[in-house]
Design a protein around this ligand. Sequence first.
Ligand SMILES: Nc1ncnc2c1ncn2[C@@H]1O[C@H](COP(=O)(O)OP(=O)(O)O)[C@@H](O)[C@H]1O
Ligand SMILES: O=P(O)(O)OC[C@H](O)CO
Length: 491
Amino acid sequence: MPVLAIDAGTTGVTALVVGEQGDVLSRGYREFAQLFPRPGWVEHEPDDIWTATVAACREALAGTEDQPTCIGLTDQRETAVVWERRTLHSPRPAIVWQDRRTTGICDRLRADGVEERVAGLTGLRLDPYFTGTKYAWLAEHEPRMWSGVHDGSLALGTVDSYLIARLTGGAVHVTDPSNASRTLLFDLEKGAWSDELCDLFDVPRSALPELVPNSGVVGTTDPDSFLGLSLPISGMAGDQQAALFGQACFSPGMSKCTYGTGSFVLTNTGSSPVRSDAGLLTTVAWDLGDGLVYALEGAIFVTGAAVQWLRDGLGLIDSAAEIEGLARTVPDSGDVVFVPALTGMGAPHWDPHARGAILGITRGTTRAHIARATLEALAFEVRDVVDVMVDEAGLSVPELSADGGASANDLLLQLQADQLGVPVRRPVVTETTALGAAFLAGLGTGVWSSTDELAQTWALDRRFEPTHGLRDDGRHDRWKDAVGRAGHWTN
Ligand SMILES: Nc1ncnc2c1ncn2[C@@H]1O[C@H](COP(=O)(O)OP(=O)(O)O)[C@@H](O)[C@H]1O
Ligand SMILES: O=P(O)(O)OC[C@H](O)CO
């Protein structure tokens, strides 16, 4: 009884048909347009996301004889979508999580002294990253459109809610606690929308989706809207939480890092939310119907994107995969340090004014040293987050499970193990966001009976052991020094 998993990511939609052994039977993928209407603004056309979703699913379904019995959905989180309840069309593009236009709103709210209260309720920070600030911007700048949100003709939601509305022909308006916990509108401990936060961001509670658990049937696809299929939608989660689930990190203390455009480290902390004053986010991992499970998260904005910049900005490599061979032609970075703060810094520094820096260049520096310094930077960034988890939050991280596009890079994962001083393990299936969505959906319809059964499907591809002595060889101190210099670069 296979499951169709839809991963609606930031740059494209992946669809997988997943078999009962957690194996991938077929795949589909479609990119969609990234819109940059002004510097620092990032938008998506919701219709484009929907069209890419249908096309990716069509491709995946055509690739296997085994037809799925249910659907799981995971999404890029935080992105704010508005649509007409009646027609399902959007009056304006979605404002993407990467969009920085709400920096001024965050500064104003901070000056009003509400940050501590907001952080206390949500486990997040006042940062343009989060959905509530984007709604507040729409309320302020597009009041005519926003009156439709107040009068009930327009619905609000993140990409999960929007796609479920489209899949069900408008019959269902839901979200789950993992996505809701990224909006700045969700009370983390109560597990419910907060009226106080809705007032603060000028969001009518009635425009928000209904909260449902991450696993269990929430609706059925409308055959007229979705490929002639009538399938139960029975699992959903934000993509980083789905990856934690797909890595079978079901017990407190288990950690994963997804290396994509950015990197996201999540540690399962069980039924109690663990707070951080040092730059980590407290978030809902999932609710399987028996209470909230929480995670501590380090969200790093630029990691794989730095590799893309070497390819597209500098032309040092022709493909992302080439970086490994190039970096292996030198034994080390020759004292070059690259701080890839290309769009500011996320966890644990949270400095939107930081910019990238390459330090330590000499006449002997080659493109191979820059490539190696880039991979070292990715490993340092993740180490900084894990160090805060261990030193400030008191968590133990005895090993890290790696996934995502850049986890194909063996040198990166070896550098990571060396920096962390603990093993890094890579599963056979590294598309863990989609896999997690499939697991949640299959649990919701009885394809799998328990998380114990799911844990059996986790298969090791390779384990990277730390090299003795490299964690404390002085390179990380030089990195920290360089990070300090890259900070507060713009006004
Ligand atoms: N072999 C590799 N080494 C380093 N980075 C890589 C490699 N392959 C892909 N990447 C990087 O991984 C990212 C793509 O990973 P993916 O998981 O698809 O990201 P996303 O879900 O954020 O779109 C790109 O930023 C790319 O530069
Ligand atoms: O779509 P991705 O894989 O870049 O992930 C985006 C994150 O969920 C943003 O918080």
